[in-house]
Structures are given as C-alpha cells and as structure tokens.
Design a protein around this ligand. Structure first.
Ligand code: 5AD
Ligand code: SF4
Length: 459
C-alpha cells in the first residue's frame, strides 16, 4: 500500500523520438488511479506519443485527479493553474484533466471555465475515449465530457505498467457501500466485477512479461463476484494462485464487513498469497461506525483480527482511520485510540474528516472543529508511531524473504523491498538483486524501518 496522497512523477522512461510527440501524466490519489494512468499511457503510446520525464518536455500533459479529500482537490487546482505559463510558451501543448474529480459535473464545469487553456476535461468513466479527445485537441477543439452512467468494463485497453516488480490488476470497479463520508460510489459508480477468466489471462500475461508479484485491486476486493454467478474473492484467489510462475499475490482494499472465513483460509493455505491485509477500521467507536454506515462493530473488527492471526502467525494488518467525523466526541475518539492500541497495526493511514459535497455526512450536524481534528490526528499519529515501532521490533533477529524493489546508490548501495507481510526491509546489496527474492536477517529498527543483512544460504 502506498501513500494515498502521494504525487507520482511520470515513471515512464526518458523522451524518445516519436512521431507525434511526448506525454507526461501526473497522478493523484489511490492505486486505481495509478492503474488508470497506466491505461492512459498505453492509449497515448498507441497514438504514437512517447513518455517524457519532465513536464517541460511534453506535448501532452494529463492530470489524473482524486476527490476523496479536500486536500487532493486543492492541489489539483493549484497545479493546473501553474500550467498557464507553460501553455503560453508552447501554444500547441495539449493539457488534459481527468479522473474522479472530473466525474463530478459541477467541479468539471468549474475547472473548464476557470482554466480556458485546458483542452480536455473528462470523467474516469470515459478513459477509453482519450485518443479521440487528444485528436480533437490537435485540431483545436476543447472537450468537456462527463458520462454519469456506468460504462462497460473494457478489459483489453493497452497499458504501460509503472511497477518495476509488482503489477496492478483490477478485479472490481466501483463501490456499493455508501459509507456516509465517501465520494467514491458517486464518482466510480456501482460495483462491477471483472470476469475471473479475464483476470487470470491478464495475470498469465504479466507473468510471461516477467512479473512474479501482482496486486489485485478493488475498492472492496472482498465483495468480488457478488454480481457474478458462483464467483467469490476466495475462489478468485485460488484461481489466480494457480498461475504458474506467480510468486506473490497481494490485494487491496478489504472491507471488514465482507471478509469471510473462506477468504482467511485461502490466504493461509495458498502458498503465494501474501500475509498482509489492508483492513480500514475508520473508527473504534460503535456509534461513529454506525453513523459512517460501515456495518461492523469494534467487537467484530477485533474478531476478524483474531481469526487472521490465529490462521497466520506472521500476518500483518494495516489500516485507514478518520478522525473528527461529525458527532465524534472525546469518548468516541478514545475508543479509536483504544482499538489502535489493542490491534497493533503495522502501519496506518490517518486522515482528518473532510466533508465531500453530495455525501450524507457533509450535511450532518455536529461537525467537528478543524482545531479538534488537528489535535486528535496528532494524538493518533503519536500512538501509531509507537505501535509501528513495537511492531517492527518484534522482527529483530528473524529472517524474512525480501522481494527486492530497488537499490539506493547514493553512498554505499542499499537494497530494499518487502516481505510477504508487507514489512519493508533495507540491506546492503547491489542492483543485480532487483527483482530477486532474498533472505534477510532483520537486525535493527531505525526510525520506522527495519535494517538487516543478507543471509548466505540460498532459498
Ligand atoms: N474524509 C477523510 N478521509 C476520507 N477517506 C475517504 N473519504 C474521506 C473523507 N471524506 C479515507 C478513508 C478511506 C481512505 C481511502 O480515505 O479512510 O479508507
Ligand atoms: Fe468509500 Fe466505503 Fe466504498 Fe471504501 S467501502 S470506497 S470507504 S464507500
């Protein structure tokens, strides 16, 4: 799991000579958006564009936007405003904005009006029409396109993968849960599962391309198959697990209300399913969980954690937590702290509640003041930092199998990568280890990371 608010630089290679020019994509938000940007890149390359490493060298610049919290939205407006100078200097530059934020008609219209130098504005659902939008921009026309209805899933769009050692694979799109704080069901539409055969085919192709680790993606992977006959997430794990050459299967995100015993059994018994669950808890107060429409209690959450740990002694759990949801009292918040203390998450993404127009919580009474949210977030982060450290310390003197992601060559080379259970480990090594699975003895915890030494014995 990665930082939801992380701004991703274009990961694609340096400018190449191309027939049509170069593109640069800036992605905000979650892994689904990263995956959509991979498709946007694939579509642009099919048109004859190649990737640029800097915005300044690009002929097409796209922003893939997020609207889950206010912060991401503000940054998008700021970033696009800053593009005017580039556009003035290079009038043929094509500027496009797409993604979840543009799926909201009033926001898309506002952006389209405020920034007349933006050529293309379209919602997430219309990604497959990007080539047509770019072509009309080349002929001087502006596009504003928002399709409110769900669009059929298009499995076979071209894409350029960004992950060096891990590839994202969508399994379901949209969300039906309507948590009262969340905008996602409004912008990503109803839940639609991909055909299991198409998923397995995609995974086989990825393995043939050299990937041995994948991440299955969905807003709620545990409800996979509800709209299909005879498909569940546990069954999908079994199918994907059988793909020859696939060493690690990750998945996210898991909604606690849909996490089944069969799924826990599949995780525990299938050898290539990773022992990590990203299980957003959101709050530790039953009253707040009910107002959030989460459909589980703190007791049920703890029961799932117990079951996971009984089934796998090395499983790690990470989470998302919101502070300052409307009506959250000091007592409610102390219940959140208490649950965080009891569970002992490996890490947590923590957020101040951000009202989203059109969601139920935005109009609830008893909105919590910004100062209280800030102060609660600080207390929660302090506790989680302590818990993360404790969690890391239990690994000292254990050996983990690290799938090496990259090597930092500033100073003495330091390789890093994750164990099956998502623990990030650093060790002295060389770039030829990238992509390999290396046994590492973990020796110390520095700040929030584990450092170790490569073990001699082969796997
Ligand atoms: N305010 C704050 N955090 C939110 N999230 C989703 N919607 C909001 C909101 N309105 C958080 C949840 C979710 C994660 C992706 O973002 O914790 O799990
Ligand atoms: Fe949003 Fe809830 Fe759906 Fe997650 S499960 S995407 S938080 S509505």
């Amino acid at each position: 799991m990665e930082n939801y608010n992380m701004e991703r630089k274009s990961p694609f290679s340096e400018v190449k000579m191309s027939e049509r020019g170069a593109y640069y994509i800036e992605t905000f938000g979650c892994q689904m958006n990263v995956r959509d940007s991979e498709t946007a890149a694939g579509l642009l390359e099919t048109l004859g564009f190649s990737s640029a490493s800097e915005k300044e060298n690009a002929d097409v610049i796209l922003f893939n936007t997020c609207c889950v919290r206010d912060h991401a939205e503000k940054r998008v407006f700021g970033n696009i405003g800053a593009m005017k100078e580039l556009k003035d200097a290079k009038p043929n530059l094509i500027l496009g904005v797409f993604g979840c934020m543009m799926q909201q008609p009033e926001v898309a219209q506002k952006l389209y009006k405020r920034f007349p130098f933006v050529d293309i504005v379209f919602g997430t659902n219309l990604l497959s029409r990007l080539p047509a939008f770019v072509e009309s921009a080349e002929h001087g026309s502006r596009t504003l396109a928002i399709e409110e209805n769900n669009i059929q899933i298009e499995d076979d769009l071209p894409s350029i993968r960004t992950g060096m050692i891990n590839a994202f694979v969508n399994i379901n799109y949209g969300c039906d849960n309507f948590c009262t704080y969340c905008i996602v069901p409004y912008v990503r539409g109803r839940e639609r599962s991909r055909d299991p055969k198409a998923i397995v085919e995609e995974v086989k192709k990825l393995v043939a391309e050299g990937y041995s680790e994948i991440t299955l993606l969905g807003q709620n992977v545990n409800s996979y198959g509800k709209d299909l006959s005879d498909a569940t997430f546990a069954k999908l794990l079994q199918l994907v697990s059988g793909v020859e050459g696939l060493k690690r299967i990750r998945f996210m995100t898991s909604h606690p209300k849909d996490l089944s015993d069969e799924m826990i059994e599949a995780m525990a018994t299938l050898p290539n399913v990773c022992h990590h669950v990203h299980l957003p808890m959101q709050s530790g107060s039953n009253e707040i969980l009910s107002r959030m429409n989460r459909k589980y209690t703190r007791e049920r959450y703890l029961e799932i954690v117990r079951k996971l740990r009984n089934a796998m002694d090395d499983v790690e759990i990470t989470t998302d937590i919101i502070v300052g949801f409307p009506g959250e009292t000091e007592e409610d918040f102390s219940q959140t702290l208490d649950l965080v203390d009891q569970v002992g998450f490996a890490s947590a993404f923590t957020f101040k509640y951000s009202p989203r127009m059109g969601t139920r919580a935005a109009t609830m009474e008893d909105q919590v003041s910004e100062a209280t949210k800030r102060e609660r977030l600080h207390r929660l982060n302090e506790l989680q930092e302590k818990k993360s450290r404790e969690n890391n310390e239990k690994y000292v003197d254990r050996v983990g199998i690290v799938h090496v992601e990259d090597c930092d060559m500033r100073g003495d080379p330091v390789c890093y990568g994750k164990c099956s259970n998502f623990k990030m480990v650093y060790f002295a090594g060389s770039p030829d280890l990238i992509g390999q699975y290396i046994p590492v003895r973990m020796e110390k915890v520095r700040k929030n990371s584990l450092y170790g030494t490569q073990e001699d014995q082969p796997l």
